[in-house]
Design a protein around this ligand. Structure first.
Ligand code: HSE
Length: 444
């Protein structure tokens, strides 16, 4: 067998960012050098890298890598063939990527915020310059979900997908459930372990998941990226008692990103969701991610794995690198399109308002312990067409004489549920805002 290295020169990588993920990329490229060159047909070497500080402690060796604090030097280096961007954030990442694309260099990025906000423009720029932006690492860490939807499921009409796509939120929810720990305490641990975003509100307010859902929906439905249209709710307001009550009713609360296609438009939503505990997704715990995709031909398929961390993210980046290296000699118009369909076939679809979404609801009401309370609530629910599926009533608190009532409803339109909640909250026996969570059966 002839040596691959003897036949073609190595592909030379410029790495923007040498933190956790950048270090992981260097380590994976070095450790798997032989397998990678067999797969890509050439060896892949990082030759130039930028970092904010050159004297920081690194998780990877730096031999053979020219270092700089100016990332534009890396982009402009004529010896660099491919750019890997793992700095995160909007700027300067956006300007650096745009310059690289203008130079015709393929870009591989883990930057979900940038793709969600500017992907439509970046893909057009790449196309105009005969190059590509690859972003497998932007969604669900090491899970090859973009490749699965874009290529593996290309024979299907994707009907819907639902995913646990923020590892930090899942880590926090799991610890709140299993250890009864407070939200703040678990968040601090997730930050220390390097799972959380630089600004952890992105994780706990659902923004990071909304970035990822934007990308998944665009690929699943062949539509433009529409981050601003995603209904976004995080886990920061979730109470430990609701996690407990949900379990008593046979459900787990998971933070889900849901995209579903209807005849008249698309639902895009990110929020805490009760799902039946028998579903595999309900048992995806800790920092793990999972995405359930429903295709008309294949039915449900589930993708599970590490959603964050140095080497899981590097796994996705290096897979993109192998793809890019494989296609460097191919006609750009025959590469796999960024959003799964040819650029002139991207179809704009209306995004349905949350008021039209139909789902089940978990309600927790805090009421005064006196006769007729339940009858009044039941009457309001009946007047609004709310069908109750299950109910539990807990003991009243000795200090306040307030008692929690927990209800599960059959699916109904969100606008009707909101109207019923507003009416319930006007009752003088109702002592606190109604806690409302959505319930999904995830069954077809
Ligand atoms: N902060 C992200 C998460 C990292 O927790 O999922 C991976 O995108």
């Amino acid at each position: 067998m002839s040596s691959i290295k003897d036949e073609l020169p190595p592909v030379r990588i410029g790495l923007l960012g040498l933190g956790t993920v950048g270090g992981g990329v260097v380590n994976v490229l070095k450790r798997n050098v032989l397998d990678l060159s067999r797969r890509a047909g050439r060896s892949i070497e990082v030759i130039h890298a930028s970092a904010r500080r050159l004297d920081a402690v690194r998780i990877c060796p730096l031999d053979g890598i020219l270092l700089t604090t100016n990332p534009m030097d890396v982009v402009e280096n004529p010896d660099v063939d491919v750019i890997v961007e793992v700095m995160g954030g909007m700027q300067p990442a956006s300007s650096l990527i745009r310059r690289a694309l203008a130079l015709g260099k393929p870009v591989i990025t883990a930057n979900k915020a940038l793709i969600a906000h500017e992907g439509n423009e970046l893909f057009a720029l790449a196309q105009n310059n005969g190059t590509v932006v690859a972003f497998e690492a932007a969604v669900a860490g090491g899970i090859p979900i973009i490749k699965a939807i874009r290529e593996g499921l290309a024979g299907n009409r994707i009907e819907w997908l639902a995913g646990i796509i923020n590892g930090t939120s899942n880590f926090i929810l799991t610890a709140m459930r299993d250890e009864g720990r407070s939200f703040a305490d678990v968040l601090a641990q997730a930050q220390a372990l390097g799972y959380a975003e630089a600004d952890p509100t992105f994780d706990v307010e659902g923004i990071d998941a909304a970035h990822k859902l934007t990308i998944l929906a665009a690929i699943a439905f062949g539509m433009p990226l529409k981050f601003d249209a995603v209904y976004t709710e995080g886990i920061s307001q979730l109470q430990t008692e609701d996690v407990r009550y949900a379990r008593e009713l046979g459900y787990q609360i998971k933070h889900l990103g849901i995209a579903r296609r209807f005849e008249n438009g698309v639902e895009l939503r990110v929020h805490p969701t009760l799902i039946p505990e028998r579903r595999i997704l309900a048992n995806v715990d800790g920092v793990k991610n999972a995405v359930l995709v429903w295709g008309d031909a294949v039915g449900p398929t589930l993708y599970y794995g590490a959603g964050a961390g140095a080497e899981p993210t590097a796994s996705a980046i290096v897979a993109d690198l192998v793809d890019v290296v494989r296609t460097r000699t191919a006609d750009p118009t025959h590469r796999v399109p960024h959003l799964a369909v040819l650029p002139d076939q991207i179809t704009d679809l209306p995004i349905l308002p949350m008021s039209e979404v139909e789902t089940g609801y978990y309600l927790r009401l805090t009421v005064r312990d006196q006769p007729g309370v339940l009858a009044n609530i039941a009457r309001i629910l009946a007047d609004h067409g709310v069908n109750i599926e299950a109910m539990i009533q807990k003991e009243a608190s000795i200090e306040t004489a307030h008692l929690p009532i927990v209800l599960l409803t059959h699916p109904l339109q969100e606008a009707r549920m909101n109207a019923a909640i507003t009416a319930i909250e006007t009752l003088d026996t109702v002592q606190a805002p109604v806690v409302r969570l959505r319930v999904e059966s995830l069954a077809g």
